[in-house]
Design a protein around this ligand. Structure first.
Ligand code: NAD
Length: 510
């Protein structure tokens, strides 16, 4: 197994991307400066104006062509994701498929999600009130390395469908996937500057956050998210933050234990645990705890680590290996029991899937994002205790619950942006469901109608349809205006009187 040597290094003015399984460089990209980023954003601005003026149907057609082009390159893109990120081929292909589902959904649903609609005009009953949505202009998308295509596409496709141009800064660990997607985009869209990529490390990301973009959609760690927000604050640029998580899973005594264990093993270990919505901690009711742990351990022992067809690949980022090791050592020092894997079994870039028991909230592995192949399982005396512990976190991204009767009630009590019932992570694969978190997991939503509207400005229009005797937008009032106004207040908002605005205006009209 290879040693972890995939730290990006800069040689002259280029950034190298390394295969985490071998430590070999697989390509390099330029490190772009503030001036270069600004020039690219200016070109995107020109493209955004033309793109926003196209009809929904025209944009839908171009997004469909883009989707087909990405699908035609699915194998090559998956191969690049596999080599650059380290995930097994099947997971890389799944990632491409999920990215495609979002491009398809965003293109198909934008017109409905952004349709101008009438709303109640309330006390101003002589007005026609409408809400409309308009493209913001240029969206800066800053992406992570763990899902280098799927995650940014969750912002990019929705931003494009809403009529914006996009400038995308991929992670310095996985820039080649983005460069390839930008090449496909330039060859597909009639406007070659509609989706552009800027490359470099954090400084290039900061340059994009400081540039003249109209919104920044950031996915990454909470620490970097705060820096992005501060940089964007210079121009009061709005931000969307998709940050980390510490997703809990609850297993009730009446759950199907084999299925719950199978989902837990996948949810915690897919992409070697490097998913923002990984199952990061598990709470199991006392009655089924031993059986669940036994089942999880048995399934973990079946997994193949490494190789193109392995279940788990290498860790993408060497820095993350140190974090996982620290969490494991901290847990063991505080009394956790290691049933599989463990800190001593870490070899180069590979971490053996690790099942821990005897865990509690004094341990980092139960409170901080581990982002590695670790399954800490806690025994709970009741579902109330499980819910209390699941909500005992500063994060609030995803969550999952397995059980029979009452499972929806448990799900409703979980304080998170998303919950999967008798499954894990499923909400991320349903493009019509909004994706995002609360607390340290960030704010704003991608995917779904909310994810399309996230990349628009909302406009309120009030159109006067006819005049009333009292015009609140005028100094010219009839002599009895004060009396009429008092009457209105009483009728509309007074004790025990429920009057509809429509009835009132009929009365006032005479
Ligand atoms: P990271 O915060 O290190 O980097 C993310 C991106 O920010 C990279 O492109 C990086 O170059 C850029 N960046 C770094 N410094 C910057 C600065 N000062 N200004 C602007 N940009 C800067 O995150 P990561 O390690 O690449 O990704 C892992 C994290 O992402 C985990 O915490 C994970 O949970 C989270 N994540 C969240 C979601 C979600 O949707 N909520 C999805 C995937 C990953």
């Amino acid at each position: 197994m290879a040693t972890a040597t995939s730290t990006p290094t800069t040689q002259s003015d280029r950034l190298h991307s390394y295969n985490p399984a071998t430590g070999q460089s697989i390509g390099s990209v330029p490190i772009q400066t503030q001036a270069e980023v600004d020039a690219i954003v200016a070109r995107a601005r020109v493209a955004s104006i033309a793109w926003s003026q196209r009809s929904f149907a025209a944009r839908r057609e171009e997004l469909a062509a883009f989707r087909r082009a990405i699908a035609a390159h699915a194998d090559a893109l998956a191969e690049l994701i596999h080599r650059e990120n380290g995930k097994p081929e099947i997971e890389a292909l799944t990632e491409v498929m999920m990215a495609l589902s979002h491009i398809a959904h965003a293109g198909a649903c934008a017109e409905t999600a952004l349709a101008t609609h009438k709303v109640s005009s309330g006390v101003l009953a002589n007005f026609r009130a409408t809400v409309s949505y308009h493209a913001l202009g240029v969206i800066g998308v800053i992406g992570p390395w763990n899902y280098p295509l799927f995650t940014p596409m969750g912002s990019i496709s929705y931003a494009l469908a809403a009529g914006n141009a996009v400038v995308w800064k991929p992670s310095e660990l996985t820039p080649l996937v983005a460069v390839e997607v930008a090449r496909i985009a330039a060859a597909t869209f009639a406007l070659p500057d509609l989706l552009q990529v800027v490359t470099g490390a954090g400084a290039t990301g900061a340059a994009l956050a400081r540039s003249a973009v109209d919104k920044v959609a950031f996915t990454g760690s909470a620490a970097t998210g705060k820096r992005v927000m501060m940089a964007a604050a210079e121009r009061l640029t709005p931000v969307l933050l998709e940050l980390g998580g510490k997703d809990p899973m609850i297993v009730a005594a009446d759950a199907d234990i084999a299925k719950a264990a199978e989902a837990c093993v996948f949810g915690a270990l897919t992409n070697a645990g490097q998913a923002c919505i990984s199952v990061e901690r598990v709470y199991v009711e006392d009655k089924v705890y031993d059986r669940f742990v036994e089942e999880v351990v048995a399934q973990v022992r079946e997994l193949k680590i490494g190789g193109d067809d392995g279940h788990l690949g290498p860790m993408t980022s060497p820095a993350q290996i140190a974090i996982v090791r620290d969490h494991l050592d901290d847990a063991v020092a505080k009394g956790a029991k290691v049933l599989t894997g463990g800190s001593a079994a870490i070899s180069g870039a590979y971490i053996q899937p690790t099942v821990l028991t005897n865990v509690d909230h004094r341990m980092k592995v139960m409170t901080d994002e581990t982002f590695g192949p670790v399954i800490p399982i806690a025994r709970v005396a009741s579902l109330d205790e499980a819910i209390r512990l699941a909500n005992d976190t500063t994060f609030g991204l995803g969550s999952s619950v397995f059980g029979g009767k009452g499972v929806r009630g448990i799900a409703a009590k979980l304080r998170s942006g998303m919950t999967a019932i008798n499954s894990v992570m499923a909400f991320s694969g349903i493009p019509s469901l909004p994706f995002g978190g609360i607390g340290d997991s960030g704010f704003g939503r991608i995917h779904g109608d909310e994810g399309i509207r996230e990349f628009t400005r909302v406009k309120a229009t009030a159109e006067q349809s006819f005049s009333l005797p009292i015009n609140m937008m005028s100094f010219r009032q009839p002599a009895d205006a004060v009396t009429k106004m008092r009457g209105m207040i009483k009728q509309l908002y007074g004790d025990g009187v429920v009057a509809k605005a429509g009835d009132l205006y009929r009365k006032l009209r005479g």
